[in-house]
Design a protein around this ligand. Structure first.
Ligand code: ADE
Length: 255
């Protein structure tokens, strides 16, 4: 396996701690995005903010694959919890990703990507296993991860790791009615966000492994908006750095 690993998040607050740990990064500007080329935990990486939404994320993924020759793409950031028991401060590691707002029926089945015959993109199993393993370890000490004040404010005392379906769409889900509809239509969806399935589709087209790890920032309900901004700025970037950093540290050294 050659090439750097891509680390992608939608927003600056999700990646700022990780970027601060890249001592030798060089900025390469393509398509209005800053790609930070450097090292993290001794591994060559390209870190980038995809911006928000499926199209922005797909453009970013395509540039990563075409211009930077990355060998894997890992998406990190936040998501709204959908399934019961997926709580603020938990981590979801995707096994599959689907676009919940894609519907070309009756021409194609609901959720199916037209002409691909696929509605769910499978995340890389080995990277997902490794991310879940390190997440379980890191989450054992939430105070060390985010500080006592954040643990108390958001009730992060016993965060859990979940694995399963991530649903992506071009909507910030911020009403209970909408999250109930998603739970009804996609009962196995653990969480909702706005980029993952788009990046998974691009990686599928290029045959490059993709994985996604999301911290739950809200419950995608009527309170989602308030929880979200504060959580993202106080908690999300620490989770991303701790989890992605610990995962990179498990990879074989690159000479
Ligand atoms: N990312 C974090 N929370 C979200 C939500 N409620 N809807 C969509 N994307 C999100």
């Amino acid at each position: 396996m050659h090439g750097p690993v891509a680390i992608v998040a939608a927003m600056h607050e999700e990646l700022s701690a990780l970027l601060a740990q890249m001592p030798d990064e060089q900025r390469v500007r393509v398509a209005g995005r800053d790609f930070w080329v450097g090292h993290l935990q001794g591994q060559p990486v390209v870190a980038v903010l995809s911006r928000i939404g499926k199209v922005a994320a797909a453009v970013t993924a395509t540039v990563l694959l075409e211009r930077f020759g990355v060998r894997a793409v890992v998406f990190t950031g936040v998501a709204g919890g959908l399934a019961p028991g997926v709580r603020v401060g938990d981590v979801v590691v995707a096994t599959e990703l689907l676009q919940h707002d894609l519907d070309a029926s009756p021409i194609f089945p609901k959720y199916e990507v037209p002409l691909m015959g696929l509605s769910r993109f499978v995340a890389d199993r080995a990277i997902g296993d490794a991310l879940s393993g390190v997440a379980a370890g890191v989450l054992r000490d939430p105070v060390a991860l985010t500080g006592r004040a954040a643990v108390e404010e958001f009730g992060l005392q016993s965060p859990k790791v979940h694995r399963g379906l991530l649903a992506s769409g071009d909507r910030f889900v911020s009403t209970t009615a909408e999250s109930e509809a998603l739970r009804r239509d996609l009962p196995d969806a653990l969480a909702v966000e706005m980029e993952g399935a788009a990046v998974a589709q691009v990686c599928h087209d290029y045959g490059v492994p993709f994985a996604a790890m999301r911290t739950i920032s809200d419950r995608a309900d009527d309170e989602a908006h308030g929880d979200f901004a504060r959580f993202v700025s106080l908690v999300a970037s620490r989770y991303s750095l701790a989890l992605v950093g610990a995962w990179l540290a498990t990879l074989p050294a690159v000479s």
